[in-house]
Write a protein that binds this ligand. Structure first.
Ligand code: PMV
Length: 367
């Protein structure tokens, strides 16, 4: 079941390392875009406030782990990320695997050969930690079920995968599910793992598209981890917790009732508030670019004047996620092409849409 690219990389890794008959597990997990933003943490990677995201379809990471019992006392980890053994992510993942050993004691004496690759271009300026960490967590949870021959319920399997993904990257906890996903204690729910949103989405808002305007693909000057940590003593910390909680209620209502105007207002308020928190951190910083602002103004104008169901959100960076439902796809795509493309670096846009969530892609597909 390995596709050619992965067979080639397995051969590369095998040259010195992969033994003849290891077992294989592979998952493909998508990225997600938060509409209600997780910003700031407490305790062990727990969110300050609840968040809600939309899982994407095309922006995926495929992770494959070949594993076997180590011959010596301690297991080893070999890892290729996007074909590179020395990618900065490799160090992070090795540290992460040691951190989750208490949850998976068998990992200590296993040899793991990990091959991970994004399906979106590495230089697109898109965060890949959500898809990368969730595909890795899903693989490790599948190894656990194979080794222990334990029958987990589907619900428990994904809950554990979400919990484990969270320890690698908060937003990754949401990528183990499809469609709309929530994370963080509210009137219900949990901080430790994400869960599929229970909101029944109105069919006029269903099937949301996300065209990502790549305004700048360079690495961000301030990482999200740094941003989260600046929330600890942020003067607006308490106000932010209240705002996220209220906005979650508002967006749930808008999704349920098919109220696009309220959906757009809440989504944009969240995106701009996220950047306002960065601006007002100590020290404050700016990740927005002039082209981000120009694109945002045009999108708002298009909704108000031309009545297109179109809105935007922002991640912790300058790229703009343009959101529109299927009903307005043609109008929105035409507008993006004619009016927004000029704001993108080399005209780069990635078209994506809401997706069904991760998929196990090895032949032992029994989870
Ligand atoms: O998961 P992290 O630690 O990379 O933080 C993600 C933060 C945002 O993308 C800005 C918001 C979110 O909820 O995904």
């Amino acid at each position: 079941m390995l596709n050619k690219k992965y067979r080639d990389e397995a051969v590369l890794l095998k040259k010195e390392k992969i033994p003849e008959t290891p077992k294989i597990v592979a998952w493909e997990a998508p990225s997600n875009i938060a509409l209600i933003k997780y910003w700031g943490k407490k305790g062990n990677q727990l969110p300050l406030a609840p968040s809600l995201s939309m899982t994407l379809s095309n922006s995926n990471t495929r992770t494959e782990i070949h594993f076997k019992k180590a011959e010596g006392e301690n297991g080893t980890i070999s890892f290729l990320f996007n074909g590179e053994p020395d990618h900065p992510f490799v160090k992070k993942v090795k540290k992460y695997i040691h951190r989750i050993e208490p949850y998976f004691p068998f990992l200590k004496d296993m040899d793991l050969y990990i091959i991970s690759r994004n399906t979106f271009p590495h230089s697109a300026g898109l965060a890949s930690s959500a898809s990368a960490m969730s595909s890795l967590a899903l693989c490790i949870c599948s190894i656990e079920t194979m080794i222990n021959k334990e029958e987990f319920s589907k619900e428990r399997f994904f809950q554990k995968a979400s919990y484990i993904a969270r320890l690698g990257s908060g937003s990754a906890s949401r990528s183990v599910y499809g469609n709309f996903v929530e994370w963080g204690r509210h009137t219900f729910g949990a901080d430790e793992f994400a869960y599929p949103s229970s909101v029944k989405i109105h069919n006029t808002i269903n099937f949301i598209h996300d065209s990502i305007l790549i305004i700048a693909s360079e690495e961000k000057s301030v990482s999200s981890s740094k941003g989260h940590s600046l929330m600890k003593h942020h003067p607006y910390k308490e106000a932010r917790i209240k705002q996220a909680t209220e906005n979650l209620d508002k967006i749930r209502k808008a999704l349920r009732e098919g109220d696009f105007e309220s959906f757009a207002e809440t989504t944009e308020n969240e995106a701009l508030s996220l950047h306002a928190l960065m601006l007002s951190s100590k020290p404050g910083y700016i990740l927005l670019k002039d082209q981000t602002i120009l694109a945002i103004e045009k999108i708002r104008n298009q909704r108000k004047k031309n009545k297109t169901k179109i809105t935007f959100t922002l991640d912790a960076g300058p790229n703009v996620h343009v959101l529109y439902p299927l009903s307005d796809k043609d109008k929105a795509r035409d507008f993006i092409e004619k009016e927004l493309k000029i704001h993108c670096e080399n005209g780069k846009i990635i078209h994506d849409f809401i997706g069904a969530g991760p998929e196990r892609v090895d032949k032992n597909n029994d989870s």
